[in-house]
Design a binder for this molecule. Structure first.
Ligand code: TEU
Ligand code: CA
Length: 559
């Protein structure tokens, strides 16, 4: 029987360094700021800290455009600061997971500068250069940041590919020298003692070599190229090579960010016998309905709980015994969980705790995003001028200029689904700028920080923070959460999310009411009279008929 790998019992906390804690008064978060908050993270009880990119970058996409993989971003500090952070984290029993961004680099990376300088450059093939035809780009694929994916380089008359911004040219993974450069860079960080990788857009590395045209997208001249660069023909070959060359030689954890995967594909990436990754992030729950919507996520189609339940249940059962799930509601690209899936007005506390319970009792490794443990909410800046995210700024121009949306409609979309919702500064206390900085922050703080901040939370036993701390502790005492089966109950119920975990010895029933209307619910006989292990309300017994309060979530152990 294989020993259980440590990451199956771990809880990961994602830090977006730019917005976590400023230590030197320039309004931008930094590594020394993270070091000053390690004790807070230790108290919360998390095990692994995933740092969003802290490498040298011009910050066109806030660090996801890397200009030197072996240097620290100037704003974040120095390599000595990083070494100190790693040492201080390890001294507290905390592991560090870095962000691997190797589908693309910054256009200011020395490799690209050389590649672009001359068609005969030996680094020309580090990137993807193609001739257009009749003055048109090779394909009309749409970029994730609006516009096309091919940028014309006047000097050579050739186009280079960028699935994201034009300052993020895609690396050419068909080139074995590129792959070797990446593996060397990974060893540089792993030899320092780094404990794992979150792998950015990792299922985009292998493109269909024919670069076929994509399917027309409504309301634009662009096409959907995703079928030709997601989960491409050589992706598993590349990941198995990365595993053989690098990953297999370290006791680390890996999670692939893989938009557009099904559970079956998830099993191919995360199956223990696959020698690829330990788990992946899918996006089916956070992008529900967006693909059918006219303007994608900006149309913000309404969420129906049965659809969310169906997706999560499919991943729980689809990977059971075949792979491993990551569990998340929130990250630096998504709106705040309590605003998207909960009720961030009169039931903010109850629904933030409910989301914690529903997430942490499923099978998989949970990922908590900075501020989620406080029930931080979306922000509603009154003007697009206060937004910083390239995805939002590019999209708002297209929505206005090509689709005629007025400012109010654009702002409503950005308020609901913009990535800056997750990037307003971490709210530490009720001092100016929420204790994030004593300067002007790079992005405005959410004005609700006087009520929602870590200092208030740690001073209030009824806070969301204590529910996260206690639920993390509780989950670790229950091996049924790691090993048990998952069975969804009442799949079609419009407002109740109920599931059972069972490992043959222990059985748990999770009941969560995603509604502000009180509701009754009859529980299976085996749970009647059982111990209530977790409850986000002061009272609630395991009676045959539960009388649930708005956004109440309970965990009952079979008697
Ligand atoms: O995101 C990959 C991705 O698919 C993005 O399009 C994201 O899902 C979308 O913007 C959500 O609206 C990764 C990083 O997480 C993101 O921050 C980067 O901007 C992107 O890759 C490019 O590196
Ligand atoms: Ca700083």
């Amino acid at each position: 029987l294989q020993p259980v790998p440590w990451w199956k019992d771990a809880v990961v906390y994602q830090i977006y360094p730019r917005s976590f804690q400023d230590s030197n008064g320039d309004g931008v978060g930094d590594l020394q700021g993270i070091i000053s908050r390690l004790d807070y993270l230790k108290r919360l009880g998390v095990d692994v800290l995933w740092l969003s990119p802290m490498y040298a970058s011009p910050n066109d996409d806030n660090g996801y455009d890397i200009s030197d993989y072996r240097a620290i971003m100037t704003e974040f500090g120095t390599m000595d600061d990083f070494d100190e952070l790693l040492r201080e984290a390890h001294a507290r029993g905390l592991r560090i997971m870095l962000d691997l961004v190797v589908n693309h680099t910054s256009d200011e990376h020395a490799w690209f500068v050389e590649s672009r300088s001359d068609r005969a450059s030996e680094k020309r093939d580090y990137y993807i250069w193609k001739q257009g035809q009749d003055g048109q780009p090779p394909t009309r694929w749409q970029s994730y940041f609006s516009g096309g994916v091919w940028e014309l380089d006047e000097a050579s008359g050739e186009y280079y590919l960028h699935l994201f911004s034009r300052k993020q040219p895609d690396l050419n993974w068909e080139n074995p020298t590129v792959r070797r450069e990446v593996y060397d860079m990974m060893r540089f960080w792993l030899d320092k003692g780094v404990d794992g990788w979150r792998m950015d857009t990792i299922n985009m590395l292998s493109k269909n070599p024919a670069y076929p045209e994509g399917l027309p997208l409504p309301g634009t001249t662009l096409t959907d190229g995703q079928p030709h660069f997601l989960n491409g023909p050589r992706i598993h070959e590349f990941l198995q090579e990365m595993h053989r060359e690098v990953l297999a030689h370290y006791d680390i954890v890996t999670v692939g960010e893989t938009p557009g995967v099904t559970p079956d594909q998830g099993a191919l990436y995360s199956g223990p016998e696959r020698s690829e990754l330990n788990m992946v992030f899918h996006f089916e729950h956070v992008f529900l309905g967006d693909e059918q919507a006219e303007r994608g996520k900006w149309s913000n189609p309404p969420l129906a709980l049965p659809d969310v339940k169906r997706v999560l249940a499919r991943w729980q059962t689809g990977l059971y015994g075949r792979g491993w799930n990551s569990l998340y509601w929130d990250n630096h690209d998504q709106p705040r969980a309590v605003s998207r899936f909960g009720n961030d007005r009169q039931y903010r506390l109850e629904s933030a705790k409910l989301l914690c319970t529903v997430l942490l009792f499923m099978q998989g490794t949970p990922y908590i995003y900075q501020g989620q443990e406080l029930g931080m909410t979306n922000v509603s800046f009154e003007s697009i001028e206060h937004y910083k995210d390239i995805e939002t700024l590019n999209a708002s121009k297209v929505l206005r200029d090509e689709h005629g949306w007025d400012d109010a409609r654009i702002l409503a979309s950005v308020h609901a689904r913009g990535r800056d919702n997750a990037r307003t500064p971490m709210q530490w206390d009720d001092s100016p700028h929420a204790g994030f900085t004593n300067a002007t922050p790079w992005i405005r703080v959410n004005p609700n920080y006087p009520d929602i901040n870590a200092q208030a939370a740690e001073g209030d036993p009824n806070s969301v923070w204590y529910h996260y701390r206690d639920t993390i502790r509780l989950r670790k005492t229950l091996s049924v959460v790691r090993d048990g089966t998952f069975t969804l109950l009442d799949a079609e119920h419009p407002s109740l999310f109920c599931y059972v975990r069972d490992d043959g010895h222990d059985k748990l029933l999770v009941v969560a009411l995603f509604s502000e209307e009180a509701q009754s619910y009859g529980i299976p006989d085996e749970f009647v009279g059982g111990e209530v292990l977790s409850n986000n309300y002061p009272s609630g017994e395991a009676t045959p008929e539960l009388h649930l309060q708005p956004h109440q979530a309970l965990v009952i152990r079979a008697a």
